[in-house]
Design a protein around this ligand. Structure first.
Ligand SMILES: Nc1ncnc2c1ncn2[C@@H]1O[C@H](COP(=O)(O)OP(=O)(O)OP(=O)(O)O)[C@@H](O)[C@H]1O
Length: 308
């Protein structure tokens, strides 16, 4: 039993099969901070303690989703060694399984690693191996946009435009700084576009709209204090204007975890939201996505995640 046992009270199947099953580690070798030796050290430590572990390296985008959907039944833990984009693929495979899904775990190798920050996961091999052996589970609440699941957020407006504008070569080289460069360039040059948000029967016009399951955003920064991935309920966070000074203030307040102090920020619970607007850009879990006005809501399936 653990602190989250109550949250699993009506889903005991998510807590079963812990010690006897196999663990599959799927690593994305192109994720931002991939580190072969850290990966091998974690696996060696698990095997030394008798945990049955297999390793698979992805060779293309999209592979993880298929793997997660078709995992053999005896795999009870899927460890994603990668970032939030890889995790998004994994959850989209796991929610399509008919039976009880394996627990998800993370060896953070991404650039922003928002889920890892949200769950306060360790980043080094030994504490992760210990965490996997202890196998303490928490519920992982997801959102969906249309039929695609997300584990952190789906958003439209300035932040979507930044994700689309990031140069992959700069991201590989400078990591999270590449987002700051892109944001600065866009903030100075770009003509803002309205995002039209239909939120549970109300129309909101803003410049950034984020439907979030998570507390963290863009790394360790906090976009809301009113939800988190282990809690049910999405929040709709909006920013009414995206002039450079407002964006600067928003960045500072995000860093302080007090975004809701800004007059131009809205933070409300949401059930169903649609986002639209001429020429707006969208992102999902930190990756660019095609613009869609498909409904955004809580995902009906609950997953479980290994936590410290
Ligand atoms: N072998 C591969 N070759 C090319 N792309 C891959 C491969 N494996 C996975 N991908 C894609 O790489 C994308 C980015 O990977 P990932 O999210 O792991 O790292 P990141 O972008 O550095 O981290 P973060 O999302 O935390 O910023 C994923 O969306 C995934 O679809």
């Amino acid at each position: 039993m653990n602190d989250h046992s109550q949250a699993f009270a009506d889903r005991p199947d998510l807590l079963t099969g812990s010690e006897t099953g196999r663990t599959l580690v799927v690593a994305n070798p192109i994720s931002g901070t991939f580190h072969r030796r850290r990966l091998e050290k974690m696996i060696a430590q698990l095997r030394a303690k008798g945990v049955a572990v297999d390793l698979h390296l992805t060779s293309r985008a999209g592979e993880l989703r298929t793997l997660a959907e078709t995992l053999p039944e005896d795999v009870t833990t899927l460890v994603v060694a990668g970032g939030d984009g890889s995790l998004n693929e994994a959850v989209n495979g796991l929610v399509r399984r008919s039976g009880s899904p394996p627990a998800l775990a993370v060896l953070p190798f991404g650039t922003a690693n928002v889920l890892a920050r949200e769950l306060k996961l360790p980043f080094h091999a030994s504490p992760i191996a210990r965490m996997l052996r202890r196998r303490r589970l928490a519920p992982l609440h997801l959102g969906q946009i249309g039929d695609r699941a997300f584990l952190l957020m789906a958003s439209a407006g300035f932040d979507g435009a930044v994700v689309h504008a990031v140069d992959p070569a700069l991201k590989q080289r400078y990591g999270a700084l590449a987002y700051a460069f892109a944001a600065l360039r866009l903030a100075m040059a770009r003509k803002g576009r309205d995002v039209l948000v239909d939120a549970d029967g109300e129309r909101i016009v803003c410049r950034i709209a984020v439907a979030t399951t998570a507390r963290c955003y863009g790394g360790p920064m906090s976009i809301t204090t009113k939800t988190g991935v282990t809690m049910p309920g999405l929040r709709l966070v909006t920013l009414a204007d995206d002039r450079p000074l407002t964006l600067l203030k928003a960045a500072v307040m995000l860093g302080l975890g007090r975004l809701d102090r800004l007059a131009s920020v809205g933070d409300r619970p949401m059930t169903e939201v649609r986002m639209s607007g001429q020429g707006i850009a969208m992102q999902i879990d930190g990756d660019a996505m095609d613009t869609t006005d498909a409904p955004i809501r809580a995902h009906p399936r609950l997953l479980s995640v290994v936590v410290p």
